[in-house]
Design a protein around this ligand. Sequence first.
Ligand code: NAD
Ligand code: MG
Length: 301
Amino acid sequence: MPGKPQNQFTLQNPLTQYPHPPFPAQGQPAPGLDAHMQPKPDHGETTYTGFGRLVGRRALITGADSGIGRAVAIAFAREGADIALNYLPTEERDAREVVQLIETEGRKVVALPGDLKDPRFCSQLVDQAHEQLDGLDILVNVAGKQVARKDIGQITHEQFDHTLKTNVYALFWLCQAAVPLMPAGATIINTASIQSYQPSATLLDYATTKAAIVAFTKALAKQVIERGIRVNAVAPGPIWTVLQPSGGQPPEKIPDFGGHTPMKRPGQPAECAPLYVLLASQESSYITGEVFGVTGGNPLP
Ligand code: NAD
Ligand code: MG
């Protein structure tokens, strides 16, 4: 039996802290809803304790309705940040839950749904977040598209284009709009993947984008440190989110998802969030251009 999650400071055995495979077979159309996952992921709703590490910061988080983005939004709010959330309009149900959780913390929250494949939307999103939060100190790029295909011949030009637009072009458009608005001390955090370094045969287009995000992060970090802005990336391994049973993995891989890591289980979104908090806060003042794994024991190079 997995141990009962308490908070991120309680001493626990990480091997038994969260559910293990086998998981129930399941699937839903992309982008999917957290609300329909079995078992429910832990985004820190009852397990994340904040200590004011981001008091007064203003953060824009993409993909913030579900999965890793939701966990980051909850953690940032509990650390004292005001938050603008982006997600797709079809994800309103998940997003409403996040809005409520942030409001419960007494923080300001602005919901800005829209499609990041559109460059105009990306620049409007940054402008609106900046305006409605009265400034922008943190940009967290979490939104991502992942569609598993066994053969290169099955990847349509449209899929390739949408994966590249969502994961790479949007990152460029959002950072390009945000950098001029950000003060010294601001931070950008991107979401790479273990796929950046150890690509799966079934994730040709996705892994390509995740490798690009690593290079983008390092190059942008060298450029914008002149302005006092830091840029880092988080590279998760298998994390129990709706990305996977909504086409991110072949359906037959879901029951054993995460079972091949040294910890023999997938990570939970709540296990990623503390790293985003560290990278957003002044505690990481001498860290930029780095990529940090959250992989359950599969080392990054
Ligand atoms: P998720 O499905 O909960 O989050 C992905 C989010 O991306 C969606 O909620 C959606 O809001 C957003 N999105 C997708 N297309 C969009 C578009 N065109 N416009 C606006 N938003 C769009 O899944 P997650 O696992 O939390 O994914 C978050 C990030 O973590 C992604 O970048 C993913 O590549 C990365 N990641 C996930 C895993 C994993 O195993 N779950 C591993 C490594 C990296
Ligand atoms: Mg979602």
